[in-house]
Design a binder for this molecule. Structure first.
Ligand SMILES: N[C@@H](CCC(=O)N[C@@H](CSC=O)C(=O)NCC(=O)O)C(=O)O
Length: 276
């Protein structure tokens, strides 16, 4: 692992690190914020999964999460959203290929050799973090935005034993029925739609739900509402009687102004679950 940068931040350290990833077949970069408490003992970890076009840097520099994580004594991990590099497949569109890994393991050409973000986020990166930093991996929680909200919800519902809580900002809520999902699943997973269901938050909510609290915030003025399909997830949460809250926030759009507004509440929500 290589340290790219470390900056003092809200009494702790905001680091950026790169490492050779087996899952993604090349170098991957991530951001990790450690609060000052990590100097003395392992601290709980909150994952933040980012959306389309993002690297590890967008949320790290625009969401304002470190202030609230420092207050709660929680670490934050900001992974990249896809494998990168000249030898990695890509597409001209911003919503496919590099910057758009969709948190799945690709099985179809030309994506399969590198696009294994599911394994990267659920297996390889947690192992690396646990071995190299003062993190209490028995206390993890996960959140994300848009494509990252989809990733956070689907990963949490597949790993309820690992994550104490899950939250999402404007998640891609029903990707098997949206052009943000159908296009990428066809490319990464192939045309057989039975392989897609495991990566649809609404279908997973209907089928199994999450064994812990769920918080979803969605802006009413989001320019991508038709693609996100929040109503499907809200309906599934209600039908399952899922513990949690689904909030429509008046006037907010899809930008980081939205996330930074509600980040304090999301971090506090996770802190409550992590310190219970
Ligand atoms: N460039 C695109 C819009 C891309 C966009 O809005 N990306 C969002 C995530 S969307 C769902 O996953 C984002 O987080 N962008 C990074 C940022 O720093 O805002 C277009 O022009 O339509």
């Amino acid at each position: 692992m290589e340290t790219k940068s470390e900056n003092r931040c809200h009494g702790g350290v905001q680091g950026v690190y790169s490492h050779a990833s087996q899952a993604c077949g090349g170098a991957m970069t991530f951001g990790l914020f450690l609060p000052e408490e990590a100097a003395d003992a392992p601290v709980p970890l909150l994952w933040y999964l980012s959306g389309l076009t993002c690297t590890h840097e967008n949320a790290m520099t625009k969401a304002g999460a470190q202030a609230w994580a420092a207050e709660q004594g929680i670490a934050l991990c900001f992974p990249d959203t896809s494998p990168r590099g000249d030898d990695v497949a890509d597409d001209e569109a911003f919503d496919l290929g590099q910057g758009a890994g969709f948190y799945v393991n690709a099985t179809a050409a030309p994506w399969a050799p590198h696009f294994n973000m599911w394994d990267y986020i659920t297996a390889e990166l947690p192992m690396l973090l646990g071995r190299n930093f003062a993190l209490d991996m028995e206390r993890q929680s996960i959140c994300g935005h848009s494509m990252g909200g989809h990733g956070a919800l689907t990963i949490a519902m597949h790993h309820p034993e690992r994550f104490r809580a899950v939250s999402a900002f404007a998640p891609i809520a029903h990707p098997t029925q949206s052009d943000w999902g159908r296009k990428q699943f066809t490319a990464y997973l192939g045309a057989d739609e039975t392989a897609w269901a495991a990566h649809d938050a609404t279908l997973l909510m209907r089928e199994r739900g999450f064994d812990g609290p769920v918080l979803v915030d969605q802006g009413t003025d989001d320019n991508f509402l038709d693609l996100l399909m929040p109503e499907a997830l809200a309906e599934a949460m209600t039908a399952r009687r899922q513990e949690g809250a689904f909030r429509m926030q008046k006037g907010y759009d899809h930008s980081y102004f939205f996330m930074s507004t509600f980040m304090e509440e999301h971090v506090a929500f996770h802190a409550e679950a992590l310190y219970r």
